[in-house]
Write a protein that binds this ligand. Structure first.
Ligand code: SAM
Length: 224
C-alpha cells in the first residue's frame, strides 16, 4: 500500500481486502505526497494494521496514538511502526474508542475509519473480522460522535470516515441526538465488489470543539 510494505497479522482488518483503506489514504491526503498539513498529534481509533497511523507519522505527525479494540491490531500497528522506523512517534494502544485513554488526553486530530455497516442492536459478532465492518445499533458511532469533539485540542479536528454502505440517515440522527454537527470535507466514489461505494470524510463538530473545517477548506481545496 502506498508504495510501502506492511505486516498483516491474523484476525486484523486486511487493507487490501476492499478499496476502503486505500480510499482513506486519499481522503486524508496521505496517498503519494502528503496534501494535508499533517503536523501535531493524531489519535487513530480502529487502526487495524496501523497503515494510516504510520503513514501520518511518516507524513509529519509528531505524536500518533494507534488504537484498536482488537489486540491483534494493536500488535500489528506496533510491528508496522517498527518496520517503518517511527516507534519514537507512534504508540499502539488497546482501547474501546476512548475508554482506554487517559481522561485528560487531547489530540489535534482524532480519526476513525469506522465499522459503518449497521446491524440490529442485539446483533452478536460471529468473528473478530465482523467487528471491523459492523456496529450493532450504531452504539459505537453514537459514543464516537458524543466523545470525539471533546478529545480535541483547541482548533483540533474530529474526523469520521463513513461510506454509502452505512446508514447516513441514522448517522445524521445520532449527530442531532448527541448535539453534534457533521460537515462533509471530502468524498470519493469507487467501484467495490461489483458495486459503487461513496466514501466520505466527515468532520464532527459541536460541544467544546472548534470547527477547523473552514480553515481546512481554505488551506486545502478538495480536488476529489
Ligand atoms: C474498517 S476497519 C479500519 C482499519 C484501518 N484503520 C484501515 O483503514 O485499514 C475498522 C477498525 O475499527 C476497529 N474497531 C471497531 N470497533 C471499535 C471500537 N469500539 N473501539 C476501537 N476500535 C474499534 C476494528 O477492530 C477495525 O480495526
Amino acid at each position: 500500500m502506498n508504495g510501502r510494505e506492511w505486516d498483516l497479522l491474523d484476525e486484523v482488518f486486511d487493507p487490501t481486502h476492499t478499496a476502503s483503506t486505500a480510499v482513506a489514504m486519499v481522503l486524508l491526503g496521505l496517498s503519494g505526497a502528503p496534501s494535508w498539513p499533517w503536523t501535531g498529534s493524531l489519535l487513530e481509533i480502529g487502526c487495524g494494521t496501523g497503515t494510516i497511523a504510520v503513514s501520518a507519522a511518516l507524513a509529519g505527525c509528531e505524536r500518533v496514538i494507534a488504537s484498536d479494540i482488537n489486540p491483534n491490531a494493536v500488535r500489528n500497528a506496533a510491528l508496522n511502526a517498527a518496520r517503518h522506523g517511527v516507534t519514537d512517534r507512534v504508540s499502539a494502544v488497546n482501547s474501546d474508542l476512548f475508554a482506554g485513554l487517559p481522561a485528560d488526553e487531547r489530540l489535534d486530530t482524532v480519526y476513525w475509519h469506522s465499522n459503518f455497516v449497521l446491524a440490529p442492536p442485539d446483533y452478536r459478532y460471529r468473528s473478530v473480522h465482523e467487528r471491523a465492518y459492523v456496529d450493532p445499533g450504531y452504539a459505537a458511532h453514537r459514543r464516537y460522535l458524543a466523545e470525539a469533539p471533546d478529545r480535541l485540542t483547541q482548533g483540533g479536528r474530529a474526523l469520521l470516515h463513513f461510506s454509502s454502505r452505512g446508514d447516513l440517515t441514522a448517522l445524521r440522527r445520532l449527530a442531532r441526538e448527541t448535539g453534534r454537527e457533521l460537515r462533509l470535507l471530502r468524498s470519493v466514489t469507487v467501484p467495490d465488489a461489483g458495486d459503487v461505494v461513496r466514501h466520505m470524510l466527515w468532520e464532527v463538530t459541536g460541544g467544546r470543539a472548534t470547527s477547523s473545517a473552514a480553515r481546512l477548506a481554505a488551506e486545502q481545496p478538495c480536488a476529489l
